[in-house]
Design a binder for this molecule. Structure first.
Ligand code: LER
Ligand code: MN
Length: 280
């Protein structure tokens, strides 16, 4: 396994201050981009609550200055900060969530980035059945996927662990959801932190997801940087690349012991794991 010729390593960075914890860098965009590039990452995954708050020209200039690409745009802050969701019992909230995802599409098209559908799926509220939540979720995804196709963008749906949502925890459930939405622009984002909690066999699940894997998040078992927990990333990457995956590995982990050390240790560990002399 030698991917050194084209190491596509990125890290999640929030364009603005945010509450979500597993993002090492928030706030001061230029300072953060400079640091990320300095450590050797070639990409930044941008977590954006509201794309209307992002100045595209300023962003373009900064990405050029630091030679960084954007593999994906994270959208979960619209849930974390504003409670927008695809499964709200309130139609107006669901419509606002769909509108928000659609607003991400022009920037995603411009950056050639996936739009992530993670936490914005929401949770089943008291008094609503899971069946109803899934019906709302599928309807919202169909609308977003259609708009994404028109814009030439793909959506990456992320199975999340049971402590964050009651809806779609596993690769199997993710694949079934994709089948039901039935849109070419929809694939999966797999996250090793969630897989460690929910999948019976991480490597087998990765292989089963196969060409439906559009994007990949890494954090260790404790949601620290890869190498700080007990996940076997060599086995995980072997399974991932055996599916034909050629896209990005994106670090989404806690700023522990602090953001800078986590980012630096992550890229060192990932680079070592992905070079031939160190992989089995
Ligand atoms: C949330 O736990 C997560 O993994 C993010 O990628 C949410 O979109
Ligand atoms: Mn994730």
């Amino acid at each position: 396994m030698d991917h050194t010729s084209e190491l596509k390593l990125s890290i999640v960075l929030s364009t603005h201050q945010a509450q979500f914890e597993a993002v090492a860098f928030k706030g001061d965009l230029e300072a953060n981009l400079a640091k990320v590039a300095g450590w050797g990452y070639s990409g930044v995954e941008l977590a954006i609550r509201d794309p209307d708050l992002v100045d595209g020209e300023v962003l373009d200039g900064l990405l050029r200055r630091y030679s960084l690409r954007v593999p994906a745009i994270g959208t979960g802050q619209a849930w974390g900060e504003e409670r927008l969701s695809f499964t709200s019992p309130d139609r107006a909230v669901r419509e606002a969530a769909v509108r928000r995802i659609k607003r991400h599409l022009p920037l995603a098209h411009h950056l050639n980035a996936f739009v992530i559908i993670g936490l914005i799926r929401g949770v089943t509220p008291p008094g609503q059945s899971r069946t109803e939540s899934m019906k709302f979720l599928i309807g919202c995804l169909q609308e977003c996927a259609e708009a994404a196709s028109v814009e030439g963008v793909c959506l990456a749906f992320e199975p999340l662990n049971r402590y964050e949502t009651d809806l779609v925890h596993t690769v199997s459930e993710g694949l079934e959801l994709i089948r039901q939405v039935d849109a070419n622009s929809l694939g999966l984002l797999l996250d090793t932190f969630h897989m460690n909690i929910e999948e019976p066999d991480i490597e087998e699940s990765i292989q089963r997801a196969g060409e439906n894997i559009y994007h990949f998040h890494v954090a260790d078992s404790n949601r620290w940087y890869p190498g700080a927990g007990h996940l076997d990333f060599r086995k995980i990457f072997k399974a991932l690349y055996s599916t034909g995956y050629t896209s990005w590995i994106s670090g989404e982990f806690l700023p522990a012991p602090n953001a800078d050390s986590a980012a630096e240790l992550a890229i060192k560990t990932l680079t070592r794991m992905l070079t031939s002399e160190n992989s089995q």
